[in-house]
Design a protein around this ligand. Sequence first.
Ligand SMILES: Cc1cc2nc3c(=O)[nH]c(=O)nc-3n(C[C@H](O)[C@H](O)[C@H](O)COP(=O)(O)O)c2cc1C
Length: 376
Amino acid sequence: MATLETIVNGMKMPNPFIIGSGPPGTNANVICKAFDEGWGAVICKTVSLDASKVINVQPRYARLRSRTSGEIYGWENIELISDRSFDVWIDEFKQIKDKHPEGCLIASVMEEYNRDAWQEIIGRCEAAGVDGFELNMSCPHGLPERRMGAAMGENPEILKEVCGWAMEAATKPVWAKMTPNVAHIEEPSRSSLAAGCDGISAINTIRSVIGVDLDTLRPEPSVEGYTTPGGYSCQAVMPIALRMCMEIATMIGKEFPGRTLSGLGGIETGGDAAQFILLGSDTVQVCTGVMKMGYRCVKPMCDELLTFMEKHKFETLNDFRGHSLQFFTTHSDLVRRQTEARAAKQAAFERKKMILTDGQWDGDDFVDQSDALARG
Ligand SMILES: Cc1cc2nc3c(=O)[nH]c(=O)nc-3n(C[C@H](O)[C@H](O)[C@H](O)COP(=O)(O)O)c2cc1C
């Protein structure tokens, strides 16, 4: 009987499906709902020590829909990190752990470029009972104006230093969440792992402009007629997330064996999750999918992933994690493989056409063989 249970950096989860940081983990009420519905773990909306600096606007989402089915496949947000006070969060972390002692609760945290602030936030969240951390080094909008989020994640040097501060303070597992808005995702991932982080989460949203309204001529989402570039998520980003996870997993395999990867970006089905795991992810996160489908979507996702595993006779996630990484190579190697395969096929064809004795006549190649004998 296949099982979805997994232990990642010592954190025990009933399944690999984690609520990704964002609205689906924005307060104790919704986090408890996620545990009730069977999510493997929850990463809270990113918290910081001084929420008074976090001021959101409305509208802050804009969505793209299929022209034929109307289904949402692309989602931009200009939402900031949590605007709820840190003291309230600390109380809620305790309440959540009291109610769900088995539930794996991961605190997403972000701070300014200040060692004391990072160490204070880690220490106080740990004291409140969280099971692990995700360092948000990747929010692409708003926070970089304060030199936070992606402003740190795009700079491997700063990233290494700040991850190092977090690691000095943390006794629980720490993942660093990467921004996809870089040329080579391995570089910031490598810096975070070199600083001692236990794992990587990838990807945060892709910096985007979702569109311009052709009646008002204003870009969206329009706040008093103006906007700012936001973060793109949902189904449309999955191919980019898969590519980046493949690159990170390959790097981890070579340089940091034993460290982990939590893949996210557009996951909505068990089949989507299977692809991230085949490319080396230990766990998978869902954020926008929950905003489209609700918390109950975890049940069909688990069922689909189990059906996939049973079809291939995989008993555990370990049986297929990273299996498909071996099938990536360079373009010149693809050319070499194809040239060799075509030559082998041609040689086999020529061999089959040659009739030396009557025993070699073949029903499938009968016409070609007759033709060859006519040509001599
Ligand atoms: C509305 C919204 C708010 C988000 N807020 C956060 C956040 O506070 N911290 C964070 O690390 N990521 C945040 N994210 C990014 C998601 O966690 C995730 O990295 C990204 O959306 C890609 O995954 P998805 O397609 O499953 O949403 C947010 C995403 C959305 C759509």
